[in-house]
Each structure stands twice: as structure tokens, then as C-alpha cells.
Design a protein around this ligand. Structure first.
Ligand code: KE4
Length: 430
């Protein structure tokens, strides 16, 4: 494979864009190579500027559950574009997508659209603080909720991959109101939430962690979180930017049957266009301007093209048996990877929930940030480069997830398993 044109493009990009990328993890720093520049995608296939072809397991970090350039999504966006691209005024499509989200998510009575997952979570914690009159936000080590100041303490994706614990530019006055505790630790959770000295407004959690690699909630953890926050009058926020419409049509809240007070969404609900959303109990959402005093706004919120893409995407997810078939495909693929690792004799922990999974290069069970940090990131980097050379496009970080989509064919998955076995064998050879 030649990456000559991508390398040229990267040099050009670095002259005008910090690091040559518009999001740090894309720079592939933690996997020891330069990024390839993608020019086209269709279904489960990506093509880069050198014409190399890849089976895609990143799916634009989650949105592309239906695969790339799905004809019905493209057709919806093209049709919408023909009527104009942005009005800064309410449109019928916003009502349609909002109604679909409310219909799908058991804990959401009202929803506000924004333009990214970060905007969704940033707005949700402001709302929780405004609604409760309290200040402290509790999050979990290794969970990532976007790059708003309040979250950049032991964040997961991006910051963790770059090894920057928190970030310069975030005033400590902000982060002193953010507490980060270990994921899956009920003991510390209870002690923290019951600490009378803490003026806790909300807890925000990835119901399945996806930004320190895939880490499922331990049995009972989410139930404990729900019962404690209900008892103590703390707003429970599910950050479902990844899990929303990924684990089930009703997201993690349907999958685990746990109802948060607020839900944050992104990725899939935009069908690949920039959409985020936060929603929840009407009693809380009615505190959002202009109904209530909690301010939040956005020029392109509810953009007609993004709404059209989101509506088309969710309609495709309503197909009967969509999630059962995706689960069967994901489970079978994960099982084959586990078998390959055992056959080759390489220590790998394969964490999976539904169609999101991570192969951690470690012999230790991965249940939280500390155990995730034991993974061999050098070995992952070699694996990433070997798989890329073999036409398999993985996340350029050990601390992200691989996604199965409706578009990967049996042949694609067979190729990925074969390449994985080849790469694992090279890794154990040294
Ligand atoms: P965005 O602002 O990137 O749309 O969403 C932030 C966000 C919020 N919550 C969760 C659970 C998320 O996973 C994310 C963003 N995810 C990362 C990858 N895991 C985006 C990739 C990137 O930063 O380039």
C-alpha cells in the first residue's frame, strides 16, 4: 500500500490546521503513523487519497450504523438541500425528528437539538445546575463527554489517548466543581453522593463506557446509580452520544431498563451530519429558555439538512429485527476474535456490548480506567498499523471502540478475522 498522497496532504494540512486535523485523535499520534486522508466511502468501505480501500470499523466514531452514503439518507439530504440549507427559523422537520426521539427513548419527554455531543452534555449539566441550584458535577474516570471545560478532568477519548490529564486553559475554578470517581465502583459512588459537604447537581455517566475502550457497567452499577440519585435528589444524566440508537432503538436506557432524568445524544441521530441533542423529563426541560431561565442557543441547531439525515437514519433503524440481526453479527464476530486470540496465544480482553467492542491487549479483565491503563498501547499501535496495511480501518487508539454496522458483509468480517489472526501472529513473533 502507498500512502504518498495522504502524506503530502498531511504536510499541507499541518500548515493551516493545528496538527493537520480537526480533532486530535484523528492525527494517529498514539498509533505511531500518519493519518490517511479519506476521499470517499460507501457501505462499509472507505477509500483514501491513494486509492487504498478499507473495511471500516470506526464508522465516523459511531454515526454510520447503517454504513456510509446510504441511498435513503443521501436522497433525504439532497432533497432537503434543494429547498435551502439553513433558515434560523423553526421547520417542520425538527418536530418530526424530535417526535421520533421522544417516541424512541423511554426517559425523554422533550428534547432540544444542538450541533454536537459536546454541546449536548455541556447544556445538560448547565440545565441540571440551573434546575437544582447546585454546582457539583460527578463524572467517572475515563469517561469522555466532549471537550467543555467542566469535563476535561481525566477525560477519556482524545485527552486520554494523548495522555493529557485534563487540559491547560481550563480554569481550576471550573474543574473544582467537577468530581471524577472510578467507573463501576459502587462503594466510592455511594460515599461520594452521600457526602453532605458536596453540593451535587448531577451525575453524568456513559451507561456503557466507550472512551477508555468499551467497558460495560458491572451488574447492578447503573441500578445503584439510579437509586442513589433518586433518593438524594441528584439529576442523573445518561450520556448516550454513543449508545443512543446504538445498543437498541431506545438506547442504553431501554437496553438496561434504567430511566435517567436527562439524556444526551449525538452521532447516530444526525445520520452523519452534525447533530447533538439533550432531553428528558418535561419538568426539567421546561427550565430551558425561552420557557425557562436556563439559557442555551445555536445558529444551526435543528439544521434542515441534518434533520433530514437524522429522520432518514432513524427510519432505517426501525426496520423489524434490525437490532437482533446486528447483535447476532456482532456476537459472532467477537467470538471469532476471541478464538483467534486463544489460538495464537496472545493475551486479549474482548469487551463488547451490542455492536460496540474493544480488544484490549492485556491479560487483566478491564472494568475501569485503572485496568484499562494496563493495556499494551505499543502492541495496539503495531496492530493498528498492520491492520491498516491489510485494508482494515480500526480506531487509531487502544481507548476507543470498534463498531459493527449493518453494512459490513460476511466477506468483510471474514477478511477482518483473517487479518486479525495474521496481525496477532506477527505481534507474538515480536
Ligand atoms: P462530539 O462533541 O465529538 O460530537 O461528542 C462528544 C462526545 C460526548 N459523549 C460521548 C460518550 C462521546 O463519545 C463523545 C465523542 N466521541 C469521540 C470518540 N469516542 C469523538 C471522536 C473525536 O473526538 O474526534
Amino acid at each position: 500500500m502507498s500512502f504518498a498522497i495522504s502524506s503530502e496532504l498531511f504536510e499541507k494540512a499541518k500548515k493551516v490546521i493545528p496538527g493537520g486535523v480537526n480533532s486530535p485523535v484523528r492525527a494517529c499520534r498514539s498509533v505511531g503513523c500518519d493519518p490517511v486522508f479519506i476521499t470517499r466511502a460507501s457501505g462499509a468501505t472507505l477509500w483514501d487519497a491513494d486509492g487504498n480501500e478499507y473495511v471500516d470499523f470506526v464508522g465516523s466514531w459511531g454515526p454510520m450504523i447503517m454504513g456510509h452514503a446510504h441511498p435513503q439518507i443521501i436522497e433525504a439530504v439532497v432533497r432537503a438541500a434543494g429547498s435551502g440549507t439553513s433558515f434560523g427559523a423553526p421547520t417542520p422537520a425538527e418536530i418530526d425528528l424530535a417526535a421520533m426521539v421522544v417516541e424512541a427513548l423511554p426517559a425523554v419527554e422533550k428534547v432540544r437539538f444542538v450541533n454536537s455531543g459536546t454541546e449536548a452534555t455541556m447544556s445538560a449539566i448547565r440545565l441540571a445546575r440551573g434546575y437544582t441550584g447546585k454546582k457539583v458535577v460527578v463524572k467517572f474516570d475515563g469517561c469522555y463527554h466532549g471537550h467543555a471545560d467542566s469535563f476535561l478532568v481525566k477525560a477519556g477519548s482524545g485527552v486520554l489517548t494523548l495522555g493529557i490529564p485534563g487540559s491547560p486553559g481550563v480554569p481550576e475554578e471550573i474543574v473544582k466543581n467537577t468530581i471524577s470517581i472510578p467507573y463501576n465502583d459502587e462503594q466510592v459512588l455511594e460515599t461520594t453522593l452521600r457526602d453532605k459537604k458536596l453540593d451535587i447537581a448531577c451525575v453524568i455517566v456513559e451507561p456503557v463506557a466507550g472512551n477508555m475502550g468499551c467497558i460495560p457497567p458491572e451488574p447492578g452499577f447503573l441500578q445503584k446509580l439510579r437509586s442513589l440519585t433518586s433518593e438524594l435528589g441528584i439529576v442523573l444524566i445518561f450520556d448516550e452520544v454513543i449508545t443512543g440508537f446504538r445498543l437498541a432503538y431506545g438506547g442504553a436506557q431501554q437496553y438496561y431498563n434504567i430511566l435517567p432524568d436527562l439524556t444526551c445524544l449525538g452521532k447516530i441521530i444526525g445520520g452523519g451530519l452534525p447533530v447533538g441533542a439533550y432531553g428528558g423529563k418535561a419538568e426539567i426541560m421546561n427550565c430551558v429558555a425561552p420557557d425557562g431561565p436556563v439559557y442555551q442557543a445555536g445558529t444551526l441547531s435543528g439544521n434542515p439538512l441534518a434533520m433530514a439525515a437524522g429522520i432518514a437514519a432513524l427510519r432505517l433503524l426501525q426496520q423489524p429485527r434490525f437490532y437482533q440481526e446486528l447483535e447476532a453479527k456482532s456476537a459472532a464476530f467477537a467470538e471469532r476474535l476471541i478464538e483467534v486470540a486463544a489460538r495464537v496465544g496472545i493475551p486479549v480482553q474482548l469487551n463488547r456490548v451490542g455492536s460496540m467492542m474493544t480488544a484490549f491487549f492485556t491479560a487483566t479483565k478491564v472494568t475501569d480506567f485503572t485496568s484499562a491503563m494496563l493495556a499494551d498501547t505499543e502492541r495496539y499501535a503495531r496492530h493498528y498499523r498492520q491492520m491498516l496495511a491489510g485494508g482494515i480501518y480500526l480506531a487509531p487508539s487502544q481507548f476507543e471502540v470498534a463498531f459493527i454496522s449493518a453494512a459490513q458483509s460476511e466477506r468483510d468480517l471474514d477478511n477482518a478475522v483473517k487479518m486479525t489472526e495474521w496481525s496477532f501472529k506477527k505481534l507474538v513473533e515480536k
